[in-house]
Design a protein around this ligand. Sequence first.
Ligand SMILES: [Zn+2]
Ligand SMILES: [Zn+2]
Length: 368
Amino acid sequence: MTGGKIIFMPLGGAQEVGASCYFLKLGENNLLLDCGCGLTRGIKFTPKFSELLGTPYLQDFHQVSHVFLSHAHLDHSAALPDFLELNERAVVYMTDITREILSAQLEERFTRIEENISSVAFLQRIPLPRLRISFHQAGHIPGAMMTLINFRGKNILYTGDYSTFPTQLVGSALLPDVKIDILILCGLHARHPNYRRFGDSDSALKRILRKIHYALRRGKSVYCQVTQISKGVELITLINKFLPDAEIFIDERVMKIVHRFENLHIPIMSEQNHSLNFLPRGPCVILSTQLPPLHSGLEILNGDFSLHDDFAATVEFVRQVNPKTCVVVHSPPDKLFHAGTTLEQILMNDPDSRTSFIFPNNCEPFEL
Ligand SMILES: [Zn+2]
Ligand SMILES: [Zn+2]
């Protein structure tokens, strides 16, 4: 028995990106925050669900009553069918937009999980036994939500991926107006002191746009490969806005999400946008999730960019929330620079900060 204790244990996505899934035990309530997959060298990995059964916290997966899915990126959502195979009764909360994007991404796997999903809206409250829960706009991508849980008078906020700046498709995160005791932070850049965005537009996005602009001016076509389909949608919006004359040819997978967004009244397409049914001639942009064709003479461009707060914005966000405890997950170490400075070290020297930090590893339980 754990009484009124709060137990937190990452099953994946702790100090890494991929397979985000966090077990949260609030007294007798067993919850999962996100349920994603990861990729290492092309091999898919899922959260370590079975590790839970080796703990005193859970005897049977059916004891997990609810899953809160922050957004549709696969590192937060793609293992949902795997978990629902272990527990076909769990109720999964997500926003309508997340549901739409997820159904396009998971394709036939989605039909097996559809009846477990309960759609929620921002600011909606749901009462569960001994818990009060509400959902808040997280920025990052359309549909992304933060989950606020009140348990025994304590406020616990799970951010999921979030951004405190607006993107092409969605406004910035809107924090709930309550004092947060425990912040579970998806802090992608919490340990990357040298990672900086410039102004309101990511430098990587500006670089992509600039390269497209120059290639088109030289009469060349650009093949832009995107790693996540929702990022493809973001790029279309951006190219339409800043290079309105550019013809864009969009692959089937990205197009599917574009249609979902448009069905939800998020306009994306312009007259210059077409489906990629053949390799087009003349200067244009090809947006695809596939590897570029060999020897095509196309200018190849990596279409990746970040939809996350940079290091300074992460520090500012936690300073503003000022929780008693901040559990930092989704937080890979700084490989490039081996820099020692972290979010924790900056706020340790801030007299107004009351926050103590935990950087848990996968399958490492903490009592909060
Ligand atoms: Zn994300
Ligand atoms: Zn993520």
